[in-house]
Design a protein around this ligand. Structure first.
Ligand code: HEC
Ligand code: HEC
Ligand code: HEC
Length: 132
């Protein structure tokens, strides 16, 4: 064959370049959301902690909000004691959204990415965003 070695190397180099966008993206899902924790109330916290540990909140906050609603409405229970024995009022607006007052930059960031639209805000009042 005429100069087969060079052609083969050419093909390999070409494939490496052509495939670059694919292997360059391994491990990166398109622009992961970065929910912002920068709110006045969170800035004032001595310990930057949520109601429960971050990993738990990330995975379980939907279930937790359901449990909170059931506790408050069905059982009249308005106090939540967390895994460290700390006490929180059971309230979406006055507890979660007091700290996470930046709903657009926090809740909505993740939810847009995950394509979920919690319907809570037709009844519950959204925090007034100070800055957009
Ligand atoms: C149809 C109207 C409506 C919708 C939609 C709704 N809620 Fe509620 N929710 C209420 C009412 C009314 C109460 C009772 C308020 C009270 O007694 O303090 C309540 C209470 C709660 C409570 C406990 C008390 C409090 O002040 O937070 C939680 C937690 C809660 N809802 C979470 C949610 C979540 C999460 C969603 C969305 C998935 C949601 N709700 C959607 C009407 C609604
Ligand atoms: C006392 C203030 C405070 C309250 C109240 C609070 N949070 Fe948080 N939340 C935080 C802080 C601070 C973090 C970051 C924790 C960390 O990095 O360890 C956080 C983290 C989270 C995360 C994970 C974010 C991520 O980047 O993965 C979710 C989800 C969340 N909170 C939802 C909620 C919900 C829902 C409620 C109400 C049930 C709530 N939070 C109540 C302060 C609060
Ligand atoms: C770290 C990313 C992240 C943050 C921050 C976050 N969420 Fe979520 N949330 C999700 C994901 C992902 C789902 C969908 C989970 C599923 O379908 O299993 C979800 C689902 C929910 C649901 C259930 C919706 C449904 O239709 O089933 C509620 C209610 C909810 N989130 C409330 C909140 C509130 C309130 C905040 C802000 C205080 C918040 N979330 C912040 C990622 C996040």
């Amino acid at each position: 064959m005429y100069n087969g070695g060079k052609i083969l190397i050419g093909i390999i180099v070409f494939l490496l370049f052509a495939a670059f966008p694919f292997y360059n993206n391994i491990g990166k899902v398109s622009a992961k959301p970065e929910p912002k924790l920068d709110t006045p109330v969170i800035q004032q916290l001595a310990e930057k902690k949520c109601v429960e540990p971050k990993e738990f909140m990330k995975a379980e906050h939907m279930q937790m909000l359901n449990d909170w609603r059931d506790a408050a409405i069905r059982e009249g229970k308005r106090i939540y004691v967390n895994s460290e024995g700390k006490i929180f009022n059971i309230s979406l607006q006055n507890t979660c959204m007091n700290c996470h007052s930046n709903k657009k930059e926090f809740c909505d960031k993740c939810h847009a990415y995950a394509a979920v639209k919690p319907y809570c805000w037709t009844c519950h009042i959204e925090p007034k965003e100070k800055r957009s």
